[in-house]
Design a protein around this ligand. Structure first.
Ligand code: DOR
Ligand code: ZN
Length: 384
């Protein structure tokens, strides 16, 4: 199959054709005879921080509903987090979840392995067993506070035992200084990937180290005056938010931290916002408006996620990569409405913000969304 159109290719939009065989791009050329795709063909997104719940929390999200939401948002691959109920702390639970994902996921799916003080001594062995069957992107949801809390000693032990990427939630408590302090302490231990960094100071520290950073749309777009619902780390005051926006260029990865809870749970203070479906559409709109550079968006939502988490056939439109595309029609701007989204929770903090949702989505060369119409069944996605 050959597709021609305006592709995001090697850093810019280029009128060219891509030849696809068995889902993989085998040639990119200026002139080939092929089917013309209308719109801007972007590489599909990779969201490295989603919470698809399932198990005992299926009432608020499942791999099925979460991955459908991802697909409608132009995302072709997700990294799910292990703070499920029960959490993913051993090989057996990991395999059980991947089996569900194999039957239910719409987009390609991968899963981090959890770390606590109870499994740190065997973490290398658990990882070895899991990796006989699956690719583990990272040891993830390592919290310095809260339910699945890990101390710096556990972090140090784990860092010594395995080579694998470890993703840290650098929060000792809620204030800004504590994020900076936690990042400083972790950097002294070794190399980590820092989830949802909310302050410019912490971002700068990470930028000047060999570790990597992640930022979320909610910390960039909203201050604690705009949204009263809880999230971890908390939304900051206006000044801190603006400083973070100014240093957006320093962030390695943009991820949603899609964390659905029911309205009732939110009223009770459950932290987190859904966001996997709205990230790419909101940022593509901001690109159109000139607020964000297209190159920065692709770097942080496609290229770096693939590089940092080790997804070899993902991350760009080029020879040897999967033909994963999100096709945008820049004219299709519209306000976000929760009722149009596909997460099980029927609310969004981005209600009425403008976005451009992808018109078509391709995964491994196959059209999975056409004119916003779903063309595939659950289970289409690959588990890694
Ligand atoms: O607000 C959050 N919610 N932050 C996290 O890090 C976890 C997440 C959740 O699982 O709900
Ligand atoms: Zn998280």
């Amino acid at each position: 199959m050959i597709l021609c159109g305006d592709f995001f290719y090697r850093g810019r939009i280029t009128d060219c054709c891509v030849k696809i065989e068995n889902g993989i791009i085998v040639d990119v050329k200026k002139d080939m005879k092929g089917k013309r795709v209308k719109g801007v063909v972007m590489p599909a997104g990779i969201d490295v921080h989603v919470h698809f719940r399932d198990f005992r929390e299926s009432y608020k999200e499942t791999i099925e509903s979460g991955s459908l939401s991802a697909l409608y948002g132009g995302v072709c691959l997700v990294v799910d987090q292990p703070n499920t109920d029960p959490p993913i702390l051993d090989a057996e639970t990991y395999f059980r979840r991947m089996e569900t994902a194999g039957k239910k996921t719409y987009v390609d799916y991968s899963l981090n392995l959890g770390l606590t003080e109870d499994n740190v001594d065997e973490i290398d062995e658990i990882l070895r067993i899991v990796e006989e069957k699956h690719y583990v992107p990272a040891i993830g949801e390592v919290f310095l506070k809260g339910k699945m809390k890990v101390g710096y000693d556990v972090l140090k032990k784990a860092r010594c035992k395995v080579e694998k990427l470890i993703t840290v939630h650098a929060e000792e408590n809620d204030d800004e200084r504590s994020e900076v302090r936690a990042v400083e302490k972790c950097l002294r231990i070794g190399k980590f990937h820092f989830c949802h960094i909310s302050t410019a100071e912490a971002l700068t520290l990470i930028y000047n180290s060999n570790s990597t950073s992640e930022v979320t749309p909610h910390h960039l777009i909203f201050s604690n005056r705009d949204i009263k619902y809880k999230v971890n780390p908390p939304l900051r005051d206006g000044k801190v938010r603006v400083e973070l926006v100014k240093r957006f260029w320093m962030a390695d990865i943009l991820a949603s931290d899609h964390a659905p809870h029911t309205i009732e749970e939110k009223m009770d203070g459950a932290p987190g916002f859904p966001g996997v479906e709205t990230l790419y559409p909101m940022f593509f709109y901001m690109v159109k408006k000139g607020y964000v550079k297209m190159r920065d968006l692709v770097e942080k939502f496609v290229e770096n996620p693939a590089k940092i988490f080790g997804f070899k056939r993902y991350g760009e439109i080029d020879i040897g990569k999967y033909a994963n595309f999100a096709v945008f029609d820049p004219k299709m701007e519209k306000p976000i409405k929760a009722r149009d989204l596909h997460s099980k929770v029927n609310w969004t903090i981005y209600e009425n913000l403008m976005a451009i949702f992808p018109r078509d989505v391709y995964i491994r060369g196959e059209k999975v969304l056409e004119d916003r119409e779903l063309l595939i069944d659950r289970g289409f996605g690959n588990v890694l």
